[in-house]
Write a protein that binds this ligand. Structure first.
Ligand code: PNS
Length: 158
């Protein structure tokens, strides 16, 4: 069974993430959306909140599950028999950042390949930080996050 992981902060999950997760599910037998700690970011939503939002958003999508992990992604990958780390790329700056992580993960967990999926042009400007800012000022985020979690995000961030 070919198992992949889509790791990230998901603070919160966006339509851009959703597109990458769905396309990864077309390629692999099982895809775990993994909420991982990014030591360079201070998240607004707790890991539990982020997992709950993702679980709602991916409900009904076959082969997709949700998990959380604090530690090195490479350790999770090795412990869970994962063959691919899937990342979405929106721009050349994303690539610079992801390329370095891919090389480090390749060294730490050679059992897994990093697979880059290019963002749908429609989602190229969508980011979690954009959504947090719009919602914090009372804006409408329904174009940027899955419909089932719009209300929860707006209520939580306003
Ligand atoms: O959504 P993000 O914040 O860009 O995702 C980055 C994330 C969480 C995937 C990355 O920071 C990560 O893998 N963190 C776990 C710790 C780790 O393995 N760091 C070394 C990466 S080479």
């Amino acid at each position: 069974m070919k198992k992949a992981v889509c790791p990230g902060s998901f603070d919160p999950i966006t339509n851009g993430h959703m597109d990458i997760i769905k396309r990864a599910a077309e390629l692999f037998d099982e895809v775990t959306v993994l909420v991982v700690t990014n030591p360079d970011k201070k998240c607004v939503f707790s890991p539990e909140e982020r997992c709950a939002l993702i679980a709602k958003a991916v409900e009904g999508i076959k082969k997709v599950k949700v998990d959380t992990f604090s530690g090195l992604l490479a350790d999770y990958v090795r412990a869970n028999d994962i063959c691919a780390i899937v990342k979405g790329i929106r721009s050349s700056s994303d690539f610079e950042y992801e390329f370095q992580m891919a090389l480090a993960n390749r060294s730490l967990a050679p059992c897994a390949e990093t697979v880059f999926i290019t963002a749908d042009p429609q989602n190229m400007y969508v980011s979690s930080s954009l959504i947090r800012q719009i919602a914090a000022f009372g804006g409408d985020v329904s174009d940027f996050v899955p419909k089932v979690i719009v209300e929860e995000i707006e209520k939580r961030l306003k």
